[in-house]
Each structure stands twice: as structure tokens, then as C-alpha cells.
Ligand binder design. Structure first.
Ligand SMILES: [Cu+2]
Length: 183
């Protein structure tokens, strides 16, 4: 009895292993999408805000470098790929006209104070808890659609906080955007 039980257990393990291989094999075979977009999110925007930003991590699992060349979404009139960085003590934001490179077998992180997908001409404020569709275009991988959840603005956000894009759309406050130049 014991023996049979052991056999049965080993057998069921084999079945599980075979099933896993059967599932994994086609996934490996159809590796057309070498790009994975992880944890996309946007920050909630204040009422009347005309701009917002989307952050994410882009993984390139292939041995070929790729490039994020564009983005579209129906939440805003225009989307651009931006970079934010400090130049001479001033936080500047500029469009990357040639796109954002994603290295082979590497990743690029879009985060506050750095790279982001800029939403220009928001059709309505981004509300925490909601989400919206975003389509990203890559030079090699083609288009990838993701759902972007909207997160609350940081609780500890100070109004002039440059690392936080959440407040930058509030052009009436004088905070955030005040010290920023857009090229
Ligand atoms: Cu921007």
C-alpha cells in the first residue's frame, strides 16, 4: 500500500511537471512581446489641472535594445515622453524627441523626478482609485496597452516639492510649476 501511494504521488508530481512544461513552452515560443510594462501608475491631480504624469517600469527581456517612442490615451489631448532633471539647481522638464531607450536585457524606470509619460491637456482630473487605459508604442515591440491605476497624491507632499509631479498641474497655486521650465 505504501509503495503504491508513493508511486501515485511521484506520478502526480510528474503530471504537474509535464503540465507546467506544456504551458511554459508555448509562452517561450511566442516571445513576440519582449517588453513588459510593470506597475504603471499615475498620481491624482487637483481640480482644474491640465497635466498629469504616468510612471512605470519597462523591462526588456530580449537581447535587442528597444525604445519607447510614444504613448496615447483618451484621458488627455497629447502625451509626451519627458525627462525631469536638475540643472543649475532648477528642476527642468523636457521632451525626449527621440524616445526613451530601453536597454537590451535591462529596464528603465519612469518615476517622479525623472522619466515620465506626460499627459497634456487632461480632459478631466485623475481621481485616486480610478484607472485609465494607456497605449505605449515601442520601436521594435510595437504597441502595448496597459491599465494605469490612479494613486492618491502623496500625503506628505509639500506644495513646492519638485520630486512630486502630482502638484505640477495646479497652475493657480504657484507651487510646483513655478520653478520649472519647460523646453
Ligand atoms: Cu513632464
Amino acid at each position: 500500500m505504501r509503495f503504491t501511494e508513493t508511486i501515485m504521488r511521484s506520478f502526480s508530481k510528474l503530471v504537474v511537471a509535464a503540465a507546467l512544461i506544456a504551458f511554459a513552452a508555448p509562452a517561450l515560443a511566442q516571445d513576440s512581446s519582449s517588453i513588459a510594462v510593470e506597475q504603471p501608475y499615475a498620481r491624482a491631480t487637483p481640480a482644474g489641472a491640465k497635466t498629469g504624469a504616468v510612471y512605470m517600469t519597462i523591462d526588456n527581456k530580449s537581447g535587442t535594445a528597444d525604445k519607447l517612442t510614444g504613448a496615447s490615451s483618451d484621458v488627455a489631448d497629447k502625451l509626451q515622453i519627458h525627462q525631469m532633471k536638475v540643472e543649475n539647481g532648477v528642476m527642468k522638464m523636457r521632451e525626449l524627441p527621440d524616445g526613451l531607450p530601453v536597454p537590451a536585457n535591462g529596464s528603465v524606470v519612469l518615476k517622479p523626478g525623472s522619466y515620465h509619460v506626460m499627459l497634456i491637456g487632461l480632459k478631466k482630473p485623475l481621481t485616486a482609485g480610478e484607472s485609465f487605459p494607456l497605449t505605449l508604442t515601442f520601436a521594435k515591440a510595437g504597441t502595448i496597452s496597459v491599465t494605469v491605476p490612479v494613486q492618491a497624491m502623496g500625503a506628505s507632499q509639500d506644495k513646492g516639492g519638485m520630486g512630486n509631479m502630482g502638484g505640477m498641474g495646479n497652475s493657480n497655486s504657484g507651487g510646483g510649476m513655478g520653478k520649472m521650465e519647460m523646453k
